[in-house]
Design a protein around this ligand. Structure first.
Ligand SMILES: N[C@@H](CCC(=O)N[C@@H](CS)C(=O)NCC(=O)O)C(=O)O
Length: 245
């Protein structure tokens, strides 16, 4: 049996975090189980920004659980170029931390609020599918929830995001002319939509603004490189097994 969890945040870690928040030349280990799941956005941030990173997974989770701050994964472990260690728990905190570090909130606070709004809306559609449809075991209830997802949640999501991306000039970005957290999250939503509905809701012809953004992120060389690794293949297979996509 593992010993009780005695961990909490420590004041001694403040300086390393503050001193390195804007430095991008660290190396990262993202500890999670072998699927995208709650680490999906974090995987994509690390892959699209060209960060030096690797996925690690627990050898024996029961024994490792209490060595984490919250007893759950994902946890991000960063080693800075000067050898300092930084640990960030909780998926949302990791996303926020990395998005700040890699400048994924646009150029000012207006861009940041827009990025957060788009990201929140994208999270809602992803989470609807993952937690109200994909994880449901009862086949009859699953079919009902999938029907609702497709008829009630998906069409307004697609129309709304096409409108906002069109308004930004159909340049493949939600804010300004550069990659943001929202662009990255959109990739997950579109992959889910394409897997479920083919080109019925999203395609180059039907939603050109969404499609442009999707293609830009999909074509980032460091993402393509990650997708060719064995580690990615294990994660993608685990996702398919656990969440159906
Ligand atoms: N609030 C956490 C939830 C993380 C979570 O539920 N992780 C699950 C895997 S998806 C986990 O670690 N389960 C193992 C356990 O609870 O022992 C987050 O957003 O990171």
């Amino acid at each position: 049996m593992s010993s009780a969890n005695t961990r909490t945040f420590e004041e001694k870690d403040r300086a390393a975090l503050i001193g390195n928040i804007e430095k991008q030349n660290s190396s990262f280990k993202l500890k999670y189980f072998k699927l995208h799941g709650m680490a999906w956005t974090v995987h994509l941030i690390l892959a699209t920004t060209g960060a030096k990173w690797e996925c690690i997974s627990p050898q024996e989770w029961a024994a490792e659980k209490n060595s984490t701050l919250f007893g759950v994964l994902p946890v991000l472990y960063e080693t800075t170029s000067s050898g300092q260690a930084i640990e960030i728990p909780e998926s949302e905190a990791i996303e926020y931390y990395l998005a700040r570090k890699f400048c994924l909130y646009g150029t000012d606070v207006f861009d940041e609020i827009k990025t957060r709004s788009f990201s929140s809306s994208i999270n809602a559609i992803i989470n609807y599918y993952l937690y109200r449809v994909a994880v449901v075991k009862d086949e009859t209830y699953k079919a009902v929830m999938l029907g609702r997802f497709l008829s009630e949640a998906l069409p307004p999501f697609v129309a709304t995001h096409e409108r906002h991306l069109e308004a930004n000039g159909r340049n493949g970005h939600y804010v300004g002319n550069k990659l943001s957290l929202a662009d990255i999250k959109l990739l997950i939503a579109v992959d889910i939509i394409l897997a479920l509905t083919g080109d019925e809701h999203v395609s180059k012809e039907k939603t050109p603004a969404i499609w442009t953004a999707y293609e830009i992120v999909n074509d980032i060389p460091s993402l393509i490189e990650w997708r060719n690794t064995e580690s990615y293949k294990e994660v993608a297979e685990g996702n398919k097994r656990n969440l159906g996509i």
